[in-house]
Design a protein around this ligand. Structure first.
Ligand code: PLP
Length: 451
């Protein structure tokens, strides 16, 4: 069947409804309404099948860091497809794109994170991490260290492993998650859960839950703690400044492995190559995906410290994916990293765009529906509330106000997501100040219409 992009929108929507099961979607309801069909994109703008342009406030799905339409990546993919479209790295072979990308990531990653296990996505990489940390402790002669501590409302992917590490109640309710050996503590969500405490005290209190959980389980049973430097899919929850230093103290004290899930925060989103650098976190493993290739190809991986990699290397690690280190994806990722570095895109986020967004975004806090308007790097969120003082929820079903606001954003040709009643953005890192102003104008219009 040839690509159907010459069909009218209604026909495409009908085919979509008839045959395509969308992820994280009530497909019945979408079929009634019809999906908006995106046909092209350039820079920070999408074009739909009716020729209407939208500002993509979500960089696709937190991933198109260098923006759309970079032909260099298409050329890198075509070159690699002609030369070596696929080969595996399982059975005593390797290939140039995987070798070069692993070495490049070792160069970019902080400290002693020098080894890369490739996967096809962030979910797969987090599944790898479960296996890696348990294998590490088993080889160290401490096989009882199996439990991984994670956080409620975290997102670490949608496979059984990734979904179990994640703390999304709606996901756990479907399909038998979490799998055994994964437990959750609370998130450092000050605005929503901090009550009368100061952010600093609340950050310490929530980090303290990690210590309490380690002591409850017995440190000798705990393999690792996993967390996103800034929770993304949970609603862009920016932790109080006190949180990460205290978490670092605790994992150091009890000798627990620290996994930083950098799937969103990696590759410039917070103004450094990795979110861990932005918060002074020293992880043993970083999960990466998304911005690694700016989403132009599916690729993820675990960047692993010397100590863990050397121990795991003592035995065969019975784990891997057909597409681990896929040569085309690796070639595209390398080209993406070249552009991020040569065009100083990460530096520009830190020096210019993030400070501009912080100031422009916070202007939304005067809106009657907005309880807090916060950002870190190029991730930002609004908490919607009918009563700023009490931070109350809406009388209607939770999430409905966010859903309505998201629909108005869409109608105003802005892609902004909602998570419950939090509105979130994470635009391409190449967004300009002029486009930030336009994005915020459209967001304000949608908020007005939501009232
Ligand atoms: N980890 C984090 C922090 C994520 O945000 C995501 C996806 O949004 C994942 C893991 C899963 O990545 P993927 O969707 O590539 O499997």
């Amino acid at each position: 069947m040839p690509l159907t992009n010459t069909l009218p929108t209604a026909d495409l929507q009908a085919l979509d409804a008839a045959h395509h099961m969308h992820p994280f979607t009530a497909n019945g309801a979408l079929a009634e309404k019809g999906a908006r069909i995106i046909t092209r994109a350039d820079g920070v703008r999408l074009t739909d099948s009716e020729g209407v342009e939208l500002i993509d406030g979500m960089a696709g799905l937190w991933c198109v860091n260098i923006g759309y339409g970079r032909h260099e990546l298409a050329e890198a993919a075509a070159r690699q497809m002609r030369e070596l479209p696929f080969y595996n790295t399982f059975f005593q072979t390797s290939h140039v794109p995987a070798i070069t990308l692993a070495a490049k990531l070792a160069e970019l990653a902080p400290d002693n994170l020098n080894h890369v296990f490739f996967a096809g996505s962030g979910s797969e990489a987090n599944d790898t991490n479960i296996r890696l940390v348990r294998q590490y402790w088993a080889l160290k002669g401490q096989p009882e260290r199996r439990t991984i501590i994670a956080r409620r409302n975290a997102y670490h992917g949608s496979t059984m492993g990734g979904g179990s590490l994640g703390g999304m109640a709606a996901m756990h309710a479907q399909g038998g998650m979490p799998i055994p050996g994964i437990v959750h503590i609370d998130q450092p969500y000050w605005w929503g859960e901090g009550g009368d405490t100061t952010p600093e005290a609340f950050g310490l209190e929530r980090a303290g839950q990690l210590e309490a959980k380690i002591l409850e389980l017995g440190p000798e049973n705990v393999a690792a703690f996993i967390a996103e430097p800034v929770q993304g899919a949970g609603g862009v929850i920016i932790p109080p400044e006190s949180y990460w230093p205290e978490v670092q103290r605790i994992v150091d004290q009890y000798g627990i492995l620290l996994i930083a899930d950098e799937v969103i925060t990696g590759f410039g989103r917070l103004g450094h190559w990795f979110g861990s650098q932005s918060y002074g976190i020293r992880p043993h493993i970083m999960t990466v995906a998304k911005g690694l290739s700016s989403g132009y190809q599916p690729i993820g991986g675990s960047i692993v410290c010397d100590e863990v990699a050397q121990v795991v290397a003592q035995d065969e690690f019975n784990h891997g994916y057909t597409y681990s280190g896929h040569p085309v994806a690796a070639a595209v990722a390398l080209e993406n990293l070249r552009i991020l570095a040569e065009e100083r895109i990460v530096d520009r986020v830190r020096e210019t765009t993030a400070p501009y967004l912080a100031q422009a975004w916070s202007s939304l806090s005067d809106h009657p529906l907005v309880g807090e308007a916060v950002s870190r790097g190029l991730m930002a969120s609004l908490a919607l509330t009918p009563d700023k003082a009490s931070r109350a929820g809406f009388a209607m079903e939770p999430g409905t106000a966010g859903y309505i606001c998201r629909e108005y954003c869409f109608a105003n040709n802005l892609v902004m997501r909602h998570v419950g009643d939090r509105m979130i953005i994470a635009p391409p890192l190449v967004i300009t100040n002029v486009d930030i102003d336009m994005l915020i104008d459209r967001a304000r219009r949608a908020l007005d219409q939501t009232l």
